[in-house]
Design a protein around this ligand. Sequence first.
Ligand SMILES: Nc1ncnc2c1ncn2[C@@H]1O[C@H](COP(=O)(O)OP(=O)(O)OP(=O)(O)O)[C@@H](O)[C@H]1O
Ligand SMILES: [Mg+2]
Length: 498
Amino acid sequence: MKRKAEAVTFGASKPTANENVVLQKKTVGEIIAQQRGLDDNCAIIGMYGMGGIGKTTQAKEIGSMAETSGLFNKVIFAVVSRNLDVRKIQGRIGDMLGLYFQEESEMGRAGRLFERLTTQERILLVLDDVWNFVNFKEIGIPVTFEGKGCKIMITTRQRNLCSTMGLRKTKEIPLRLLSDEESWNLFKSNAGSLADTFSPQQDDVAMKVARECCGLPLALVTVGRALRNKDLELWRAALQQLKKSKPLNINYNEKDIFSCLKLSYDQLQSEEAKECFLLCCLFPEDHDIKIEDIARYALGKGMFTDVETMEEARRETRWIIRNLTDCCLLLDSSTADSVRMHDMVRDFAISMASTGEHGFVIKAGLGLKEWPNQETLERNAVIISLMTNHIQSLPDCLICPKLEILLLAENEVFEVIPEGFFLGMPTLRVLDLSEKIGARSLNRYFEPDKWTSMPSSSFKLPSSFEALVNLRTLHLNHCKLDDVAVLGKLKRLEVLSF
Ligand SMILES: Nc1ncnc2c1ncn2[C@@H]1O[C@H](COP(=O)(O)OP(=O)(O)OP(=O)(O)O)[C@@H](O)[C@H]1O
Ligand SMILES: [Mg+2]
């Protein structure tokens, strides 16, 4: 019988919770229910979530609560990490159990460990930071043993890891991002005593800084500590850097947010997955990223090998995006066929993508009114995204000899595209000019179902358009065009959307 997880309490003995830790009560409730054996359908719990969301912190807290409350006689905490070392884990578990192996071989040790872990003693085994398949048998951890002995909890960045291990009776529990109130409390407690005595002005900046962390504990703690007891000017500078998706330019020794996220990026198996991930930061913050858009950009850029048709590209993209959400680099969206990117992950992706190797220039959704002046960058740019801005006029000619993707969708009223605009980008493969009058700005005035009847002035594709001999993907949605004859000259065009 399943009982409601939240209703589970520890009973008489009071757990010693660390007051600096924001506990996710629902998650803790569910896990405790499993540990108490109230949920018969679950032998192993996998707690998953993106890097820095607090898996290790929560697991330690739950472990110590479970031990203090008397639910378990012993809680063993073993870190697995990316390169699983069987002998090391056996040693760690053995040490915690006061078990000293006489056996030399891993198999011999596994046998001894198995024996010990299947005694009557109630043991909770927490395997922290699991990245890949764990061969429990090889280590000596009893998973098929039911009723008594050891219970297992693993923490991982990988959704569905337990089920992909082929284990029966598993339960996957996601950790969520912190609420605004939880975030503010955690941030404040790390920003130091000054935070308690903020002037209203400081309070305002501090709240904005905390909001930039978007509920990610690692960010709240690191940014909070970095600004501890610093003056208002520094707070303002930090806010500006965060808003511009830059890593904070303040020295601190804490676990670095970007390097934490880079671990997930580095373990992506294919270059296609890495590239698809980076394509997701081309959209503005908090954007519902359509998987279809990623598929079209990726196909246009020629990212996929062995893909012949749009349908194949869609399938490949959906597969990759699924993997990216499984490893928590992307988030599910409430809209079907879309995904989201956490702000901090987006900042990290931008920092990766902006290197010379990738050559992204990303200024999406920044409220720009003018074309940014970044000549040197543009010359080396491979991908430029200026979508969702208020840019009113374009430069006469854009010299970007390496440019492959140019995204100008959702910009307000650039009625004229200069005749020579497209002359300096011979390698362009993907162009998005959709919704020149941005859907976002329209949204302020009109209901979405009236967009199509919105009277927008028509515009003309300039003569330099025919120089785009490598163009594969062209988006002209919601654009009112006078004359489209020039499209006939784009011999390599594969995807046209309008
Ligand atoms: N619920 C929380 N309350 C207070 N601080 C937290 C909480 N969660 C995380 N933190 C802080 O954030 C930092 C990162 O958390 P933690 O190491 O637990 O994340 P993680 O999900 O295990 O990350 P990784 O995937 O890299 O292992 C910790 O050092 C801790 O200080
Ligand atoms: Mg961890």
